[in-house]
Design a protein around this ligand. Structure first.
Ligand code: ADP
Ligand code: ASP
Ligand code: MG
Length: 418
């Protein structure tokens, strides 16, 4: 039997009528002759609510218990979706992560897949079941504890199942009708793309475009999964939405294909750290050990004999997700108390955002950064940190200018035009 994976995000299963609407899309594929693995998210808002419960109970919480709590939203929607399908006379069964089992690492809160044995679900299909409804976002560790894959992780569950079961396609149903040049919620001129290259989607996702979780794109690229993003609220067919595919399946390629943003950034500066070999490792080692995801890093040139300091000193600035600031502060204070590093002050700026432009065309075009900085300057937006790679340029700016910056960059690179 040919097999499809269909994933429904939080807004697509937000209440019973939306679950019914999603179930009808599954019914249509079953009618076309497919066995279907449905991956569901929690009802929209539920995961946030549970994260709030955890943070309200324990500031530096035990990640095992965080996972025990926040994974539960998907259990509810998986059971409800199976029930709705049964009401439509479609033989369906729900699966929680441990029942499949979805084996993951023990990195609670950001676990990775180890393997997904097919036997249990295959046996159910062989019995005549047409649909397996799997709770997204969760798995089980070797210690037998529930794990979660990081926010937005149901996308990754979907792609991993598509790879493990050799699905014909992995369809990600969401509240927009595809991948846009930027978030259509903040730029009305955003244009839907028919196709986007894996590499570009990977950068956009990792720079904040939450339409797909980064890891899902990585897995799709590695296992050659045909990945599509489409609307659960519209009538769709096999040409709907955006196909994420290899670069050589795309005809037109602009220098910049998309603009991404992330509001959840914070800028931290260690003032007057010693400037000596090993100091970066003394800072970023403890941060990594504390599970802090450092993104952009800037080290100032050294200032010799600054103030009362005997040797050369410098400032080290880095960005971290805003919800990891407390963890990062503690890691730095502990490292200072243990004599691993010295610094005068740690300044945290939580009112920043990261805005990035992405495009594979940048590999062969010069002057992209200059155009970007000029467009931001024209709007009087000050750049606090810059980071570049082969196909992206990111800047950290004051959060209040984030939307203006996205729109200005969208205009500057004429992304509204095909
Ligand atoms: P789901 O709950 O279905 O997983 P998400 O909220 O995680 O949905 O992702 C969909 C959202 O991603 C859209 O509503 C949109 O606001 C946002 N988004 C950000 N960047 C983009 C983009 N470039 N194209 C499409 N959507 C985007
Ligand atoms: N419910 C989880 C979250 O909100 C996983 C997902 O929806 O993909 O992050
Ligand atoms: Mg999502």
């Amino acid at each position: 039997m040919p097999l499809l994976v269909m994933k429904f995000g939080g807004t697509s299963v937000a209440d019973l009528s939306r679950i019914e609407n999603a179930a009808k899309k599954v019914q249509a594929e079953v009618a076309r002759g497919y066995d279907v693995i449905v991956i569901v998210s929690a009802m929209s808002g539920e995961t946030n609510k549970m994260v709030g419960y955890v943070e309200g109970t324990s500031k530096l919480y035990d990640a095992r218990e965080y996972d025990a709590v926040v994974s539960s939203g998907e259990n509810v929607t998986a059971g409800l979706m199976a029930l709705r399908l049964q009401e439509m006379d479609i033989p369906a069964r729900s699966w929680q992560g441990w029942q499949v089992p979805i084996n993951t690492t023990s990195a609670h809160g950001s676990a990775r897949f180890i393997d997904i044995p097919r036997a249990n679900i295959d046996a159910k299909f062989a019995e005549g079941f047409k649909v397996a409804v799997v709770a997204g976002f969760q798995g089980i560790s070797a210690e037998g504890r529930i794990t979660t894959l990081g926010r937005g992780g149901s996308d990754t569950t979907a792609v991993a199942f598509a790879a493990a079961f050799g699905a014909e396609r992995c369809d990600i149903y969401t509240d927009v009708d595809g991948v846009y040049t930027t978030d259509p919620r903040i730029a009305s001129k955003a244009r839907k793309l028919d196709r986007i290259a894996f590499e570009e989607m990977l950068e956009l996702a990792s720079l904040g475009a939450k339409v797909l979780q980064t890891r899902s794109v990585e897995l799709a690229m590695r296992y050659k999964v045909r990945l599509r993003v489409l609307s659960s609220f519209e009538d769709t067919d096999e040409n709907s939405g955006t196909l994420v595919c290899d670069e050589d399946e795309i005809m037109e390629s602009k220098v910049v294909s998309g603009v991404a943003y992330s509001r959840d950034e914070a800028k931290m500066t260690l003032v007057t750290v010693e400037d000596r070999p090993g100091v970066a490792s003394a800072i970023f080692g403890p941060l990594a050990d504390a599970g802090v995801n450092v993104d952009m890093i800037v080290q100032n040139i050294s200032e010799k004999n600054y103030g009362t300091h005997a040797g050369a000193v410098t400032d080290m600035t880095f960005s971290v997700p805003v919800n990891q600031v407390a963890r990062a502060q503690k890691a730095m204070e502990d490292a200072r108390a243990a004599g691993i590093i010295k610094y005068d002050e740690l300044i945290s700026d939580t009112d920043v955002a990261k805005v990035s432009v992405v495009g594979i065309g940048m590999r062969s075009q010069v002057g992209v950064a200059a155009r970007m900085f000029k467009a931001l300057a024209a709007e009087n937006i000050n750049i606090k940190v810059i980071a570049t790679s082969e196909i992206k340029i990111s800047v950290l700016i004051d959060r209040k200018y984030m939307e203006l910056a996205v729109q200005a960059l969208h205009d500057c690179f004429e992304l509204d035009k095909a």
